[in-house]
Design a protein around this ligand. Structure first.
Ligand SMILES: [Zn+2]
Ligand SMILES: [Zn+2]
Length: 335
């Protein structure tokens, strides 16, 4: 089989031949059809996370078909279409798992980081990392939903906002263009905040009823004139852009942070006078991915993708890192 591996931090993707792996107990082998390229893949590519063992095959927006199951796997069978996301499985035994916080499992398995991911013809995944795909989503459509999709969908549905509430999506990139769609389909009064006037038509097409150009307008003041946002979902990675929205939170409003900014400035007075909060959100586990896929199939939420063959993993990665992709990049194996 072919795999696009990173042999050492900072090195390029090398397309190598490997033998097709056999699934160990509790795991399945997936014949990969598509894999999204995510900014977090740079952790592996550039060696920004300590403890990664090289060579490593990245990829945590994986979609394919189970083609072999290991011992002890009873709920999954060959032929099923599945997806694997960032959350790479959980033990079910540690204190976090026993409390139902599977995302925080002490084993800390991350697809394409602690084990080889989807930039390959085949991969092995623990059964606890599998999401079942609905029939009416193609592999390319589904792949970006496994990280960008679940992160926005799962944060929105756990945000405390109720239908009709004002919800703002900060940023209109890979995550943001999905976040606007999800928020609108969930029945929120959806506001998109991005830089420049040119993104407004797309934002409205995706379901936003208001658009704020953060270069020309003060996002906090604009949100405040609308009554304040119950929730602001921050998909950007600039802390200043997040801080600039805080004053636009309604009473009891929450700024939910999905983007890994270095730091943000928060006024305690803004928080305490309106009982507002700032919290982070972890994408979710396999069943959350499955819910994301089903909701997307049901409501027509789709990622806009640029597609590259596996052999062009370097080009696909550079395109994603350039920030110019509209909006997600997906690698296909042709299988
Ligand atoms: Zn990701
Ligand atoms: Zn655990």
């Amino acid at each position: 089989m072919r795999a696009a591996q990173v042999s050492s931090p900072g090195g390029p993707f090398e397309i190598v031949e490997r033998s097709i792996p056999e699934p160990a107990s509790g795991t399945v082998r997936i014949k990969v059809q598509a894999c999204g390229v995510c900014h977090s893949d740079s952790l592996v590519k550039e060696g920004h996370m300590p403890g990664i063992q090289y060579p490593r095959v990245p990829g945590h927006e994986v979609v394919g078909i189970i083609d072999a199951v290991g011992a002890g796997v009873s709920n999954w069978t060959a032929g099923q279409r599945v997806g694997v996301g960032w959350h790479g499985g959980y033990c079910g035994l540690c204190d976090s798992c026993r409390r139902g916080d599977f995302f925080a499992c002490v084993t800390g398995q991350i697809t394409g980081l602690t084990y080889d991911g989807g930039y390959a013809d085949y991969m092995i995944a623990p059964q606890s990392a599998l999401a079942l795909l609905p029939d009416d989503l193609s592999a390319i459509e589904a792949a970006p939903l496994m990280c960008a999709g679940i992160t926005t969908f799962n944060s929105l549905r756990n945000s405390g906002a109720r239908p009709g509430d004002l919800v703002a999506i900060l940023g209109l990139g890979g995550l943001g263009h999905l976040g606007v769609q999800f928020a609108a389909r969930m029945g929120f009064k959806t506001v998109a905040i991005a830089r420049g006037q040119d993104k407004e038509p797309l934002a409205r097409k995706l379901g936003a009823v208001h658009y704020i150009d953060s270069q020309a307008q003060d996002p906090a003041a604009e949100l405040a004139t609308m009554g304040g946002a119950k929730v602001i979902i921050a998909t950007v990675t600039q802390g200043e852009a997040m801080s600039a929205t805080l004053g636009g939170l309604a009473v009891n409003g929450t700024l939910m942070i999905l983007g890994a900014a270095q730091s943000i400035t928060v006024s305690p007075l803004v928080l305490l006078t309106g009982r507002r909060s700032v919290k982070g959100w972890y994408s979710g586990t396999a069943i959350d991915s499955q819910d994301t896929l089903n909701f997307s199939a049901l409501t027509g939420v789709r990622s806009m993708n640029e597609v590259y063959p596996l052999e062009q993993a370097n080009e696909a990665y550079e395109r994603m890192m350039s920030g110019k992709a509209r909006f997600r990049v997906v690698i296909t194996t042709g299988q």
